[in-house]
Design a protein around this ligand. Structure first.
Ligand SMILES: Cc1cc2nc3c(=O)[nH]c(=O)nc-3n(C[C@H](O)[C@H](O)[C@H](O)COP(=O)(O)O)c2cc1C
Length: 352
């Protein structure tokens, strides 16, 4: 067990948000001292939307909201790190407590509400990182959203894109947080068409990859509409999924807290939505599978359901950062067992 795993264990004794703040500080201060992780096995490398990922395991949005520590997190072996959600103006988010560990369920409920320091701060952090890592840090995505009190949400996304896209490898459009009232309405056909058209126009000829992150709580008709809009829009990918507002049977006393549920109970429903999206869009759009991944077997199941890349957050809280290396080892073992030459060969093999 590494120093960081032991620290993760100790941090679980603290209230959840305090532990998260300390983890960020620790990562910023300590991970700089860590060596670069060993080069990944070439069977794990994935080419997607014009980028070469050394491995398909990414850190999901919400951990590093202000892009403070993407390169430190990459040292734990992530193939890419997604920072954000960042809104144009800083905002405090919901009152605390707003983050709950459901330990018995290997889950978390959060109603953070896009607490972040705003796009100018995130831009400064990303610029500083570009200056410092001339040899190239890891791949970094930036996840953008709208301010809670915005009167024109689509303009917020366009503004965030204009400022942050030049500083990241790809941009995620988050229309699926359950903690900003009305935000998920942007997943409707008309709104989504306007939003994606606006972003495609804003990116011009530079063609920075755009991914749309959706909720797991959509019915079949809504998924059909999203698939249609995404296919015709010209964006590169879909991230499936954000947290769920559903409450499957849970053991923890926090089960009825308002907010988005992540972790183990999200694995099956988010994988079902992922598989359904693969069936709808085929190979025309890159899929990123997120929700409840806690092992290499879980990551492999997302790949078989159609994901070229995966992300995780909640399992890191429970298992510490050595989880990333373990997932990669187990994923390789799954590929070898089933006779796949590499990750890409297995993508979608279980989607039909
Ligand atoms: C505390 C917390 C904060 C999150 N904040 C964001 C966010 O700002 N933007 C976003 O797109 N997703 C956010 N997420 C959702 C995660 O990126 C991910 O989609 C979800 O947690 C499912 O993955 P997991 O089960 O591996 O955690 C957050 C999740 C958690 C637990």
């Amino acid at each position: 067990m590494s120093f960081f795993d032991s620290a993760a264990g100790l941090l679980r004794a603290l209230p959840a948000e305090r532990a998260h703040d300390l983890t960020l500080a620790l990562a910023g201060a300590g991970a700089r001292l860590l060596p670069r992780p060993a080069a990944d096995d070439p069977r794990l490398s994935v080419s997607a939307f014009g980028l070469d990922f050394p491995n398909p395991v990414g850190l999901a949005a919400g951990f590093d909201k202000n892009a403070q520590v993407p390169d430190a997190m990459a040292k734990f072996g992530f193939g890419f790190v997604e920072c954000g959600t960042v809104t144009p103006r800083p905002q405090g988010g919901n009152p605390q407590p707003r983050l709950f560990r459901l330990t018995e369920d290997a889950a978390v409920i959060n109603r953070m509400g896009f607490n972040n320091d705003g796009m100018e701060r995130a831009a400064r952090n990303l610029k500083a990182r570009q200056k410092n890592s001339k040899t190239g840090g890891g791949l970094v995505g930036i996840n953008i959203g709208a301010n809670k009190d915005s009167t024109d949400r689509i303009s917020d996304y366009v503004l965030g894109f204009a400022v942050l896209a030049p500083l990241a490898d790809y941009v995620t459009v988050n229309v699926s947080s359950p903690n900003t009232p009305g935000l998920r309405g942007l997943q409707n056909r008309e709104e989504l068409t306007r939003l994606l058209d606006g972003l495609i126009a804003a990116r011009g000829a530079k063609r920075k990859p755009i991914l749309l992150k959706i909720a797991p709580d959509l019915d079949q008709h809504a998924l059909d509409e999203i698939a249609d809009v995404v296919r015709t829009s010209g964006i590169e990918g879909l991230i499936v999924s954000n947290t769920t507002i559903a409450r499957p049977p849970l053991k923890s006393s926090h089960a009825q807290e308002t907010g988005g549920l992540s972790g183990r109970p999200l694995f099956a429903p988010s994988t079902d939505v992922l598989r359904g999206m693969r069936q709808r869009v085929g190979k025309s759009v890159t899929l990123v599978g997120v929700g409840g991944i806690a092992s290499g077997t879980d990551a492999y199941e997302k790949v078989r359901a159609g994901a070229s890349l995966v992300q995780l957050y909640t399992a890191l809280v429970y298992q510490g950062p050595s989880l990333v290396a373990r997932i990669k080892q187990e994923l390789l073992a799954c590929l070898a067992r089933d006779g796949y030459a590499n990750v890409t060969a297995a993508v979608g093999s279980g989607a039909d």
